[in-house]
Design a protein. Structure first.
Length: 77
């Protein structure tokens, strides 16, 4: 089982999910293969919760949390 976080993207009149290339390569996936997808909806009400969710999925950031929060504060002024 592989867990990813994906954003829906418009594909014609439908919505699609992009499977990252490292997942495709590591699992030898081919175009046309059927995948079972378990959709989990998340309600993120704060930046802190969003970052905690990202860490739970082992996403890496090039900047630390405080730098990201400082940038958000700066942009909201």
């Amino acid at each position: 089982m592989v867990n990813i976080t994906a954003k829906l993207k418009r594909v014609g009149n439908s919505l699609g999910i992009i499977v990252p290339s490292n997942i495709v390569n590591n699992n030898n996936l081919k175009e046309g293969e059927e995948l079972f997808i378990n959709i989990q909806f998340s309600e993120v009400s704060s930046v802190g919760q969003m970052l905690a969710e990202a860490r739970k999925h082992k996403l890496n950031f090039k900047r630390n949390t405080q730098e990201i929060l400082d940038e958000i504060d700066k942009d909201s002024d």
